[in-house]
Design a protein around this ligand. Structure first.
Ligand SMILES: [Zn+2]
Length: 203
């Protein structure tokens, strides 16, 4: 299973939930591609291509709300009880995912157990049927905050580093001058001894 996760939920936690769902419906989920993104919806919904088969050769898309599921809104708006309003977040996630697996198995809504609405009514009335997912974790990604560096301290450290470099360079130049001065003195004494330069030409 390949999970492409663009949400703040931990990918490994999502994957564990998805795999547990797959175990209820598929023989293999090795080739299943699952994309998880955010949507503007107030609950979780999904999309899947039909006919991936028992080997799960399919694509499933799961859309998550950024905020908690708005149960009151859902319950007030729709006449048919929607499981979204009765299950907790993880349960809805698993429930929607399994629903999409039905599509992967080439089932259309009319073919689902006693039809779509009866399916909804059942889970709305029996939320404990999805309680098996409660044992699994669903955590948010850890956001590592960078420690804030004081800008003046940072600049001061930069000045210290620059000074250190310049002092090293100066020391090196001083050593070189010393070395060349010694050489100069040597040649002057030799050349003066040979009469090739006069004393006033020497430095
Ligand atoms: Zn559907």
């Amino acid at each position: 299973m390949k999970v492409i996760n663009k949400t703040n939920w931990q990918t490994s936690d999502l994957k564990k939930i998805f795999i547990k769902c797959c175990k209820t419906k598929l023989d293999s989920w090795k080739y299943l591609k699952v994309e998880v993104t955010y949507s503007a919806s107030r609950w979780i919904h999904g999309k899947a291509n039909f006919g991936g088969g028992f080997h799960g050769r399919g694509n499933v898309k799961i859309f998550l709300p950024r905020n908690p599921i708005d149960k009151k809104y859902i319950d007030g708006r729709y006449i048919e009880p929607r499981p979204y309003a009765y299950l907790n977040f993880k349960q809805v996630l698993a429930w929607v995912f399994i629903h999409e697996l039905f599509h992967v198995l080439n089932k259309h809504h009319r073919e689902m157990t006693n039809g779509y609405y009866a399916h909804w009514r059942f889970y709305a009335a029996n939320p404990e049927k999805m309680s098996w997912v409660n044992d699994l974790l669903l955590r948010k990604k850890e956001v590592k905050e960078k420690p804030k560096v004081d800008l003046q301290t940072k600049r001061y450290e930069h000045v210290l580093a620059a000074l250190k470099i310049k002092k090293t360079q100066l020391k090196r130049l001083q050593n070189q001058i010393k070395k060349w001065t010694q050489k100069r003195k040597y040649y002057e004494s030799v050349l003066m001894a040979n009469g090739k330069i006069k004393k006033e030409n020497a430095k």
